[in-house]
Design a protein around this ligand. Structure first.
Ligand code: NAD
Length: 374
């Protein structure tokens, strides 16, 4: 395989660090990880690749046009995988400005830096350059409540392609954008910018829209790690509304493998939806976690007794579900983990990596404390 240089933005985050680990551990490619190290960035998630000679870390803000231009000139990447973003919906409701700054303005700055650099390339290197923008299924909005839930699972076949107006529908690459939260609106905006740069300037871009990820190194403000750690601490497990919001869950390492496939084999200008065919109601996810913990860390009272229903999030979408048939058909990607195997691996990871999450919880992890590194 041709050895390439990958510029990964947001590589110290949850999904970005999985992409960096996958590239360093399972390919011969070089990785330049550019990350601002916000509260969500944690270099301790990259301890396993830190000393590798094919890995470089640069602390920088994607909104800094000069820094981005320098980065491209210095590292001469073949592929950009853009994951840097503000990613937590609740934070976007409390303070949308940062989301617009990083997700919209930051993406525009990065696109301009990439375009300037790409224009300076010639021949094969110019033809082979790719800009891969990583986005979310939340840009498509809300699919509404399904007609029936069986054991907290939406009743539909993964091959069901019925139109959007029915409750059995899935998001396809053609589904119109209808974002609900400041987070999803900012991601939708960034997707539009990427498409415009491809149409207008011919920049060779790709976009992926993925469903909810879970797995190791997940910041404990998100549903699954929050529930695991609260349960272990005997704290309440707060479930929004009636807990019947449905998300389509994908193990983070399956997402990382899909992203690398798209970045290296995807068609220029194309969008690929990525999902795990794992539609689950939030309450079912929490109950499953409680039962797994009961098996792995038994205690007298069921962890389920800790479940507490709290006031729903404003504008909370009821259901997201992905039709991932295009990436499966065209690029031959399928997830390796089922929800059951992935969730078990995740719980076991949190049980054996107490140092990582304790340092995240008490704020002593390698994050903003670092000075500028290049
Ligand atoms: P995350 O919040 O864990 O990580 C984001 C990373 O970006 C952090 O390391 C942070 O320090 C960095 N960052 C933030 N602002 C920056 C800036 N201005 N300059 C440079 N770096 C900056 O997010 P995640 O869950 O890993 O998500 C990564 C991407 O995947 C995001 O674009 C998100 O929208 C998308 N996505 C996430 C999910 C999910 O379930 N988590 C699903 C689909 C798509």
């Amino acid at each position: 395989m041709n050895t390439k240089t990958f510029l990964i933005t947001g590589g110290a985050g949850f999904i970005g660090s999985a992409v960096v680990r996958e590239l360093i551990q399972n390919s011969a490619h070089r990785v330049v990880n550019v990350d601002k190290l916000t509260y969500a960035g944690n270099l301790e998630s990259l301890a396993s690749v830190e000393g590798n000679e094919r890995y470089t870390f640069v602390q920088a803000d994607i909104c800094d046009a000069h820094a981005m231009q320098q980065l491209f000139e210095q590292h001469q990447p073949d592929v950009v995988m853009h994951l840097a973003a503000e990613s937590h919906v609740d934070r976007s409701i409390d303070g949308p400005a940062e989301f617009i700054q990083t997700n919209v303005v930051g993406t525009a700055v990065l696109l301009e830096a990439a375009r300037g650099y790409w224009n300076s390339l010639e021949g094969e290197r110019r033809d082979a350059f790719r800009f891969h923008h990583i986005s979310t299924d939340e840009v498509y909005g809300d699919l509404g409540a399904p007609e029936a839930l069986v054991n907290g699972e939406s009743k539909r076949a993964s091959s069901d392609h019925s139109p959007l107006t029915t409750h059995h529908s899935l998001f396809t690459e053609e589904t119109p954008y209808a974002p609900s939260s400041p987070y999803s609106a900012s991601k939708a905006s960034s997707d539009h910018l990427v498409r415009a740069w491809q149409r207008t300037y011919g920049l060779p871009t790709l976009i992926t829209n993925c469903s909810n990820n879970y797995g190791p190194y997940h910041f404990p403000e998100k549903l699954i790690p929050l529930m695991i750690l609260n349960a272990l601490a005997g704290k309440p497990l707060p479930v929004y509304g009636n807990g019947q919001q449905i998300r389509d869950w994908l193990y983070v390492e399956d997402h990382a493998r899909a992203l690398i496939k798209v970045a290296t084999e995807g068609e220029i200008g194309a969008t690929y939806n990525i999902g795990g065919h794992n539609e689950k109601a939030n309450l079912t996810v929490v109950e499953t976690l409680c039962d797994l913990l009961q098996e792995l860390v038994p205690q007298e009272h069921s962890y389920r007794e800790l479940i507490t229903f709290v006031t729903d999030r404003p504008g909370h979408d009821v259901r997201y579900a992905i039709d991932a048939s295009k990436i499966e058909r065209e690029l031959g990607w399928t997830p390796e983990e089922t929800f059951e195997t992935g969730l078990r691996k995740t719980v076991q990871w949190y049980l054996t990596n107490e140092t990582w999450w304790k340092r995240v919880q008490d704020g002593s992890y390698q994050g903003q404390r670092l000075g500028s590194i290049s």
